[in-house]
Design a protein around this ligand. Sequence first.
Ligand code: ADP
Length: 282
Amino acid sequence: FTLFIIFSFILVVVSSNVILALIKAKKNAEIQMDKKTRVLSNLGHELRTQLSSVHGITQLILDQNKKNELDANTFSEHTETLELSSKQMLFLVNDILDIHKIESGNFTLNSKPENLNNLLNKVVTPFKNKALEKKLVFEFSIDPVLKNFYVNTDASRLTQVLQNLISNAIKYTDKGYVKFSAKIELQTIDFAAVLFSVKDSGIGIAKENLKKVFHSFHQIRDKNSLNIGGTGLGLAISKTIIEKMNSQINVISSPKEGSDFYFVLKLNKVQALTETENQISN
Ligand code: ADP
């Protein structure tokens, strides 16, 4: 009888734990679904906004052309808007495809020799104007030593991470600065450990959200960031890319003071290529 009581007790404890775990898993799945539904709706809105802009501008071009009102300046303004909207749509679609690749385990890197100095200069150029439009101070510093050698890296994925961090920094900052730096922390003949940091004086992130911002579909929607847009996919993709590069992306942040997103990459040095070899490899 005692055995029966013990057995029943164990059975009750085990089954109640199983039930609790199932309820928790269901709740988590529901939260994830809620987030996915919200992101799908955000994506839908963002895509519609950009498509409406493309459609509106195309109609305007056709109309003005018919009435012979399409001078060279107007035409170039229209095409710039078209270029911007189509680029935004491409970013959105690429993010969705990247998340799919990550979730299905098919996300891989493609490394080749790159000059980090050139790569970083290319990354920051478009952001200088964006920061200026918001009257933000944009500071950019690269360790001069980085000019001297090539490193093995996936240039387009590294670019993607830095673009995500810098565009977030500008998006979530209304006054003050955005600072981007790449410093050599340690180097030998074979490798360089480079610290990348994107720092801003923006809205910052509350302590309880610091880890969550790297989860897919997570967006903080408080009164400070309610209408900013975005999909909540960028940081999750960036985190995966940096992990694939054998490192980790971190953030230090305080609400109303700003954030500092940073990571250290240990990059293998490759013997400097000649100018022609470099052109061929590009
Ligand atoms: P989103 O497209 O929403 O910007 P991300 O994955 O890039 O998606 O970022 C996830 C969330 O992290 C954002 O919605 C925002 O709430 C928060 N976040 C990211 N970068 C910053 C930053 N520099 N300052 C404040 N909050 C940020």
